[in-house]
Design a protein around this ligand. Structure first.
Ligand code: BJ8
Length: 425
């Protein structure tokens, strides 16, 4: 990192020693996973820079925003509408939770058999190592799964948490209920920020967030090419950064990258061998710095062409209509857009399996890898539905269950390589 950020971290109340240990882990992992890739697009430089400054420049920007009276809101789920937070002049940051930290403290408040993502966010808070979390004025939790729902009660002991109740079905009455939840959320955000959301501010923020989603869609379209202009690992990285970077800057950087990628496609330049098996990843989100499975797949001779997950297509695949006139009408559009998210917390969740079949065709995928975090009941159980549907359509599937540790890497690699060989055969 370029500057000395220690005074800033200290003022945020971080445990500097524990934070140093965290920062020491990142660079070697990043170097191995990312910087050794051959034939990388030049414009990945910006995203490398963002990672290099992950606890530096962006945190400084958040502090500057707060110094001017702005609020920072944190979230752990793609159900939290960024449009609403931005319309009140706030900044929404996706809190990463991709590495387990502070396990000893976490196990004092949570049971052992809970998924890594939940353990991670609790650990980050208890160990005081995340400057994003410590910058948040408010956390928005949700009732997607039991683990999160109950963990947010505990997190609320340390930082204010507003919990969004997410419907578990998509009937008309659930949609009405969800709209009501967003009306309450809008009021909470107005209270926290002290700013009234107007039709103009909401329309502007819908357009800005849509622009970010369009840029990510443009990038993903390019991954349908036989010769991929960008690796799956790099695409995942961009999808992860989308959650916390400045919206307008990020959008313009992704569009700049797409221009380069479009040129590469025109010149017939790719990162993969033409016969490399094409894989779709589906399952639980992969938050920064969780690159384990993507790295294992792409270092086994395959390429990832799409992520059907919240750090992937589910984050950007649907847009909010931009022609709403009143706040209520726009809120309706927002509610409709977010309830389409194919999270396994819904029952039934056929949209996800239908989407996978469609994606396999569109992205010319040779196989799907379903990756669930251990102890995640919704996704581990839904793997059965995914398996049956894909089987009916003749699409090969590998089911894996893992956590944030590296201990299973060898075993996973063996299974992934065997799956890739099977597809090739
Ligand atoms: S919309 S996938 S981001 S909830 S892995 S904590 S489900 S036990 S993350 Fe998610 Fe929102 Fe759904 Fe997406 Fe629970 Fe499972 Fe843990 Fe999970």
């Amino acid at each position: 990192m370029g500057n000395d950020y220690r005074p800033m971290w200290e003022s945020l109340g971080l445990d500097l020693e524990a934070h140093d240990q965290l920062l020491n882990v990142l660079p070697p992992t990043y170097g191995d996973v990312y910087l050794k890739q051959e034939n990388r697009p030049d414009k990945m430089e910006y995203f490398d820079f963002v990672i290099n400054e992950i606890h530096g420049l962006r945190i400084q920007e958040l502090q500057e925003h707060k110094a001017k009276g702005g609020k920072v809101v944190g979230a752990y789920c793609v159900f939290v509408p960024e449009e609403i937070v931005r319309a009140a002049g706030g900044i929404l940051v996706g809190l990463c939770s991709g590495v387990e930290i502070g396990s000893a403290q976490t196990e004092k408040v949570l049971p052992k058999n809970i998924c890594s993502l939940i353990k991670s966010f609790m650990g980050f808070k208890l160990a005081r190592v995340c400057p994003y979390l410590e910058s948040c004025d408010l956390i928005v939790g949700e009732t997607t799964c039991d683990g999160k729902k109950k963990a947010f009660e505990i997190l609320n002991d340390y930082v204010p948490v507003h919990v969004l109740e997410i419907p578990q079905m998509r009937r008309e009455k659930d949609r009405q209920f969800w709209f009501g939840e967003l009306q309450d959320f809008l009021k909470t955000i107005e209270e926290y920020t002290g700013k009234k959301i107007t039709p103009e501010s909401l329309r502007r923020s819908i357009k800005e967030v849509n622009a970010k989603r369009r840029a990510l869609l443009r990038l993903n379209e390019l991954r349908k090419n036989g010769l991929l202009p960008i690796s799956g690992k790099d695409s995942l990285l961009i999808e992860q950064i989308a959650m916390y970077d400045d919206v307008d800057r990020f959008t313009s950087q992704v569009n700049g990258l797409c221009e380069e990628l479009e040129r590469r496609v025109g010149e017939g330049k790719g990162v993969n061998k033409p016969d490399a098996p094409r894989i779709i990843l589906t399952g639980t989100p992969m938050a920064i710095p969780n690159w384990k499975v993507s790295h294992l797949i792409e270092s086994s001779g395959a390429v990832i062409v799409a992520e059907e997950m919240c750090t992937g297509l589910r984050y950007f695949e649907n847009l909010v209509p931009e022609e709403g006139e009143s706040v209520d009408q726009m809120l309706r559009f927002i509610a409709d857009r977010y309830i389409k998210t194919n999270c396994a917390c819904f029952t039934p969740n056929e949209g996800r399996t239908e989407e996978l079949v469609r994606l396999a065709k569109d992205y010319k995928a040779n196989g799907v890898i379903n990756c669930s975090l251990i102890f995640c009941d919704p996704y581990m159980i839904e793997a059965n539905r995914v398996e049956n549907t894909l089987k009916d359509h003749g699409i090969p599937l590998l089911r894996i269950e893992t956590d944030y540790g590296q201990e299973d890497s060898g075993q996973l690699k063996t299974r992934i390589e065997a799956f890739i060989e099977m597809i090739k055969g």
